[in-house]
Design a protein around this ligand. Structure first.
Ligand code: NAD
Ligand code: 6OD
Length: 495
């Protein structure tokens, strides 16, 4: 008998029993050890979850007022803050990310996601148009939002809690019921959030969690279920294609945040120290496993050598190892399979004529971290723009650096990608900053910074990086149906 704890799926207010259901290992990426078993939801469970969600939307939750939902979102945010230590511990165990990062970014941002949608919902007003015509017709035309229904929220493993709550909060703000499918690599925080939801008084069926895999498992069963009204997904572009095929049946709307192959452009007039530190962070944060991470660096030729030397030193300086040590900056990759993939790219970079100026291998750590899926931060030079490591998303602490000569060349090369998520520009020339930001084909551009977020702004990518925009009020457009009503005001009895 295993003495490992179970991480539940949660359907209709109840934790699903492991007896009679498949379970799968939760592995600590920092040690490679199995730490728990997650209870996989099966087809009957998904049917049950969808039926419970439909009842919730038809019931008191679907009829709740905006004021009631604002209060609910605030209670959820407070509940997360009250259990912040448990959320941090769960996120660190699932992902191996440094405790400093989970404490500064993932968990506070999870709570902030509920607060911002409480603020935005409280400020939301309805559109009204006065209609006055020459023939005496007078009317008011107004629009109001209603929930879209049952929303499937399919999540990745890299920022599990941050990205899941980023979608759950606006979906609940609009009065929907959500069924969350966390990544099979990171089942804990979605399950823990169900406890906060219960304590906050959210009715059963409004927030449910179905654990499992993608194809042939909870992910596919959920996204192809005819009772699901809308699908919001964050993950790989190829998975987005599969989900879009599932969504075509029933013409269900999708919102997709997908992959990236993001460029940083460093001009000769930039504050080089800031550009070096900022770019190093954009390559290595979360071990490079953020869709917004920089994987291509273009540096103006006159400062190329200085920049590369500084970046290499900064990349060598990050401390890897025990994720529970507050001084650790670099955790492992998410799984053995993912590290094999990234190491495969490292080998391809050398075959393609590149050189690893920094890293390229597996760090020499002590037990138990020697069993984890760590990789050295890696900086490639000498790669052509058509090399696999320069074209394809690697999703590790890696990047390729090359020189450029003109602004036009830098923009053209930054845009020569099938992805268009974000870019970072480093320059002191304001005119150039605006010109290049306008010319770069990406959903977000950071100037002299990276991953500086204002949660009221739209977020999303062009090309293979996504479909639609979430963030701020833009999320309300996806998570609600807008109904327009025309009210005749003039006396129609004599007409
Ligand atoms: P993934 O696409 O492999 O998995 C994401 C989720 O989809 C998981 O829950 C998985 O079980 C599920 N899934 C897989 N196949 C499915 C299917 N056929 N039907 C339904 N569900 C399915 O992505 P990942 O490896 O977890 O995450 C890394 C990727 O996510 C990277 O490409 C990264 O760029 C991208 N990402 C993008 C953003 C963004 O905002 N643009 C944010 C985070 C991650
Ligand atoms: O900050 C956000 O809102 C967001 N969606 C970040 C996505 C990160 C990708 O890994």
């Amino acid at each position: 008998m295993s003495s490992l704890p179970f991480i539940p799926s949660i359907v209709d207010g109840a934790n699903l029993e492991e007896t009679g259901r498949a379970t799968f290992d939760a592995i600590d990426p920092a040690t490679g050890l199995v730490t728990a078993r997650a209870v996989e939801a099966n087809g009957a469970d998904i049917d049950h979850a969808v039926a419970a969600a439909k009842r919730a939307v038809a019931g008191s939750w679907g009829r709740s007022t905006a004021t009631e939902r604002v209060a609910m979102l605030r209670r959820i945010a407070a509940g997360i803050r009250a259990r912040a230590a448990a959320f941090v511990a769960a996120e660190v165990l699932d992902t191996g990310k440094p405790v400093a990062l989970a404490s500064a970014l993932d968990i506070p941002r999870g709570a902030a996601n509920f607060d911002i949608y409480a603020d935005l919902l409280a400020a939301e007003h309805e559109e009204v148009w006065r209609d006055e015509r020459a023939d005496g017709t007078r009317a008011l035309h107004y629009s109001h939002r209603r929930p879209i229904g049952v929303v499937a929220v399919v999540c990745p493993w890299n920022l599990p809690f941050l990205l899941m709550t980023w979608k759950v909060a606006p979906a609940l703000a609009c009065g929907n019921a959500v069924i969350v499918k966390p990544s099979e690599e990171t089942p804990r925080t979605a399950a823990l959030l169900a406890e906060v939801m219960r304590d906050a008084g959210l009715p059963d069926g409004v927030y449910q969690v179905v654990q499992g895999f993608g194809p042939g498992s909870a992910g596919e069963l959920l996204t192809s279920h005819p009772g699901v009204d809308a699908i919001t997904f964050t993950g790989e572009s190829r998975t987005g294609e599969a989900i879009m095929r599932a969504a075509a049946s029933g013409l269900r709307p999708v919102s997709f945040e997908l992959g990236g192959k993001n460029a940083a452009i460093i001009f000769a007039d930039a504050d080089l120290d800031a550009a070096i530190k900022g770019t190093a962070r954009s390559v290595m944060l979360n071990s490079g496993q953020i869709c917004l991470c920089t994987e291509r660096i273009l540096v103006q030729r006159s400062v190329y050598d200085r920049f590369v030397e500084g970046l290499a030193a900064e990349m060598r300086s990050w401390k890897a190892g025990d994720p529970h040590d507050p001084a650790t900056q670099l955790g492992p990759l998410i799984s053995a399979g993912h590290r094999d993939k990234v190491m495969g790219y490292a080998a391809a970079a050398i075959r393609d004529g590149g050189a690893a100026l920094v890293g390229g291998g597996i760090p020499n750590l002590q037990a138990p971290w020697s069993g984890g899926f760590y990789m050295e931060p890696t900086l490639w030079t000498g790669l052509a723009d058509d090399a696999a490591c320069v074209r394809e998303e690697v999703f590790g602490p890696v990047c390729a650096v090359t020189p450029f000569d003109s602004e036009e060349e830098a923009v053209a090369r930054a845009n020569a990608s099938e992805y268009g998520l974000c870019a970072a520009i480093w320059t002191r020339d304001v005119g150039r900053a605006h010109r290049v930001a306008a010319a770069v084909d990406a959903g977000m551009v950071w100037i002299n910074t990276w991953y500086l977020r204002d949660l009221r702004t739209p977020f999303g990518g062009t090309k293979r990086s996504g479909i639609g925009r979430e963030g701020g009020r833009h999320s309300f457009d996806f998570y609600s149906e807008i109904k327009t009503i025309a009210l005749r005001l003039d006396d129609t009895s004599s007409r």
